[in-house]
Design a protein around this ligand. Sequence first.
Ligand code: SAM
Length: 281
Amino acid sequence: MLNKKEIRSLEREFGFRLQKKLGQNFLIDDNIKDKLLNAADFKIDDIVLEIGSGLGQLTADIASSVKKVIAVEYDKKLFSILRSALKDNRNILLVHEDFLKFDLKSFLRDDEKLKIFSNLPYYVSTPIILKLFAHVRYIDCAYLTLQKEVALRLTAKPGSKEYGSLSLYAEYHCMVERLFDISRNSFYPVPKVDSTTVLMKMKEGADDRKIDKNDLFELIRAAFSTRRKTLINSLLAREYKKLSRSELSDILKKVDIPLNSRAETLCLTDFIKIYESIRKR
Ligand code: SAM
């Protein structure tokens, strides 16, 4: 694995500077690399999509144990370095693209699913996670290294201060497990925050439920728009579906949810019940 000095000398040799705005904090700790690869425990039939391969710190190692790696990197300069470094690896497909625009299913046969692996660029970690959820049917699982604070939000339970719409998005689509924390000093340049690696196991059939996800999550976002207010007051403040106080009270009564509940005390099943009760009106 490249160390700090070697990354600096690549910067000089190829005439580029690591870009903070693209979340370029590279892993420089061999122990953590081993820990990540052991945790992922990839198999020879796996197709792995790596988001943000950077200088390929992990890409070739992953490729040595799987069928195929699709490595997506947005930065043009890094991509050209990556291309020359990995040119002999026949099972690595390099894609120079913004992952948010990448057509994730284009390289898959109908019976195939991806395993995602990424040390995420922090500036865009939530949009990337939401994109993964939008493509849940094409994904088996995801090993993501992200800001500790985002990992806490992803795994938060009702009643905690981190609990919010991201926790509910996660619960809807997958089982999330926090695997281990990583000190900021394992990266170069050193980021401002520590990281956590999470495993998301996507739920089979998450998208087959008879639920309009957009509608459900519109409700959830409206419910969390003002955390200190009761659910009814938050929905009224957002003019959610133009429902009146008495209509909202009736809806909550029908599904046995106390009228003074706040969003942060409700679980996913509660929100689904409220959503269905609104839909049936
Ligand atoms: N995989 C390397 C590692 O672990 O050391 C680099 C990880 S670094 C935190 C994030 C990488 O994502 C950088 O190489 C950055 O250029 C790339 N990146 C940033 N935005 C991206 C995007 N929208 N799509 C794909 N890659 C992106």
